[in-house]
Design a protein around this ligand. Structure first.
Ligand code: 6R9
Length: 644
């Protein structure tokens, strides 16, 4: 029996969405989406209100929502709150170093900064439709840069600050981006992240960038290229703090965000203006049951979709106050998260299972040291949460009384898709609850047949579009079609496996494709393999995930060396360095297993199923090995695994 945590009286009191409301809204959104969405569009401020709601098909793939609407996203996130209540806080910023003073930006100030940066970008040559690459630390200027692009109608592509110069260069090239916004350096856990130096190295590889705007943050020495680079603090005083918002069509692009899939290079997932914003806004208010005046803290980095939707676009479009934190959970002490919650009296706290597992390891004392009584709601995102971590979160952080929303979604979905709603649904540790309004999940078997009934598992698909759905892969619509709509014709394939339990609750069981989820970060096995094969000594590489106590999944790389190359610890270290250079530290393999050969079928296909089992230490259940060309290869691999 699963344990069930019923909706508490406190969570039900004053909720926007109780069980009856959920049933009505969810039912209507599926049965009569036109009426449902017509009732939601006034959440946004339009230049021209849309008359058409959803207009989409998945064969051929053409997704449009609110297509005749016109609006500006930055106006929705800033101007309307600044006009009504300019002093209302938009962002409270907590530095990596707790001794550094906080920054507090009201909606009036955030609007002024955004307009100034929009003017600075325009002076650099940025025009409507241009792609602007943003690689920033977690400072308010990261949000300012995104919103400044939105104000101009430029398309941002935020690249996580932990990526290598080569990875940044690849994304700049793919997006054909001629502008970059960055900072001198970021600070994380007391360490300097040299962002400007990374950008310089990236631009040495990819010189098409015409102009770089650099925010001074850490004070680190950086090289400035005359004619290309300019300091934000120098141009800021010379530009107006008003900037006319560009009226944008609902289906004009808003941003590109690169994410890993099973094949090839990361793809630029494209989101458009209105549907994305409405989805971020509606899910933010409903899932977190946000109440006016509350402080919301999402611990994600703005380099990931969670930061886009639940630090910037969702909360700001709802007039909420967000906490933005530059640092890491465990520095200077392992109680940092809880110290920050207590210091700022955070009401809603949204983090990743991997962070919880690493904090759990430190015991309860670091949590108990702080007054967490301001907290009203907890959330998780990024990967399945193991029930043990859920219960710890609930008991130790939530004092056994706070609801937890375990939100399943993806870069491609724009915002939360399945979750228990705090005022409507009982929660089960490890379950992602129920579909949000308008979300139509289903399970299919390998042949694409629907699996009906409850207490069943399969591959998770969605059968209907929702406004937050990604519209395409930037510059490669065919890849979008092939990745998401080809495995099961006419359905959106999520890449995840799932179970619908006896009560109809959904459990995500993890990726069923060649994507590894390392600490909530998606990595394609193919990406890591191609980085390894990029090393001169490597003949062939096969990468799989394996269960990891803290990270959720770790990276296990099997590598065969070129003839005549001797394996050594130094070479293994060198291979790791090659992956860091090519992708970034997050992709560094936990294990590199040198092997004279990989298990293959007689037709030459690498048998990944077997490699996964060996990495998982499940040698006893390798399954059918009859198609192997050379069974001795597997015996040697098993022996090699047992030795590490
Ligand atoms: C928002 C985000 C998406 C993949 C997704 C799934 C996993 C995310 C989850 C979850 C179980 C949850 N995932 N949230 N699995 N429960 N609450 O993380 O986007 O980086 O694109 O990753 O993450 O496997 O398919 P993204």
């Amino acid at each position: 029996m699963d344990d069930i945590y019923p909706v508490s009286a406190a969570a039900a009191a004053g909720t926007r969405c109780d069980a009856a409301t959920y049933a009505a809204m969810h039912g209507q959104a599926l049965a009569d989406p036109d009426t449902f969405w017509r009732g939601q569009v006034d959440r946004l401020q339009w230049v021209r209100k849309p008359r058409v709601m959803g207009n989409w098909r998945w064969d051929p793939v053409n997704i449009r929502w609110f297509e005749d609407g016109v609006l500006n996203v930055s106006v929705n996130c800033l101007d309307r709150w600044a006009a009504a209540d300019p002093e209302r806080l938009a962002i409270i910023w907590e530095a990596d170093d707790p001794a550094v003073p906080n920054r507090r930006l009201s909606y009036g100030e955030l609007l002024g900064e955004t307009c100034r940066m929009a003017n600075a970008l325009a002076d650099m040559g940025v025009r409507r439709g241009d792609r602007v690459t943003i690689t920033m630390p977690m400072i308010p200027e990261a949000a300012v840069a995104m919103l400044a692009c939105a104000r101009l109608g430029a398309v941002h592509s935020v690249v996580f600050g932990g990526f290598s110069p080569e990875a940044i260069a690849g994304r700049i090239a793919d997006a054909d981006s001629r502008f970059v916004v960055t900072a001198d350096a970021g600070m994380r856990g007391g360490k300097v992240v040299p962002l400007k130096a990374h950008v310089d190295a990236a631009l040495a590889i990819e010189p098409r960038v015409a102009a770089v705007l650099v925010v001074r943050h850490s004070g680190a020495e950086v090289a400035m290229v005359p004619g290309r680079d300019r300091w934000w603090h120098e141009v800021r005083g010379g530009v107006a703090k008003v900037s006319p918002p560009e009226p944008m069509g609902a289906e004009d692009p808003l941003f590109i965000l690169y994410t890993s899939g099973s094949t090839g290079k990361p793809k630029g997932v494209l989101h458009t203006q209105a549907g994305y914003l409405l989805w971020a806004n509606l899910t933010f208010e409903t899932v977190f049951d946000y109440r006016a005046g509350e402080l919301f803290w999402c611990t994600a980095d703005v380099g990931w979709v969670t930061g886009h939707s639940y630090i910037v676009y969702g909360p700001l479009s709802a007039g909420a106050t967000v906490l933005m934190f530059e640092g890491v959970p465990t520095w200077p002490e392992v109680d940092r998260f809880w110290a920050v919650v207590a210091k700022h009296k955070v009401n809603i706290f949204y983090t990743a299972p991997t962070a919880l597992r690493s904090l759990m390891r430190e015991g309860e004392a670091p949590v108990e040291r702080h007054d967490l009584s301001s907290l009203r709601l907890l959330g998780t995102v990024g990967e399945p949460i193991n029930p043990e971590a859920w219960r710890w979160y609930h008991r130790v952080v939530g004092k056994g009384r706070l609801p937890i929303v375990d939100t399943w979604w993806q870069t491609e979905t724009g915002g939360a898709m399945m979750t228990p709603l705090p005022g409507a649904h009982p929660a089960k540790p490890g379950a992602a609850g129920f579909p949000f309004f308008g979300v139509a999940p289903a399970l299919v078997d390998a042949d694409g047949r629907f699996i009906e009934g409850n207490d069943v598992s399969g591959n998770l698909v969605l059968t209907a579009s929702w406004p937050g759905q990604a519209r395409t892969v930037y510059g490669d619509h065919q890849r979008f079609v092939e990745t998401y709509f080809t495995a099961y014709h006419g359905l959106y394939f999520t890449g995840d496996g799932a179970r619908r339990d006896a009560d109809g609750q959904w459990w995500i069981t993890g990726r069923v494709d060649d994507v590894i989820n390392v600490s909530g970060h998606r990595l394609g096995t193919a990406e890591v393999e191609s980085a390894l094969v990029g090393h001169a000594a490597v003949a062939e590489a096969a990468v799989v995930g394996f269960p990891h106590d803290i990270k959720g999944q770790g990276i296990y790389a099997y590598v065969t060396l070129k003839a005549g190359v001797e394996g050594s610890d130094a070479l293994v270290a060198d291979l790791r360095a090659e992956v860091r250079r090519s992708i970034g530290p997050i992709a560094s393999p936990d294990h590199i297993h040198l092997t004279p050969a990989l298990p293959k079928t007689r037709s030459g296909k690498i048998m990944r199923r077997i490699l996964r089992k060996i990495a998982e230490n499940e040698h006893g259940s390798l399954g059918d090995v009859s198609t192997l060309a050379d069974p001795a290869v597997v015996e040697a691999l098993v022996a090699g695994r047992l030795n590490r």
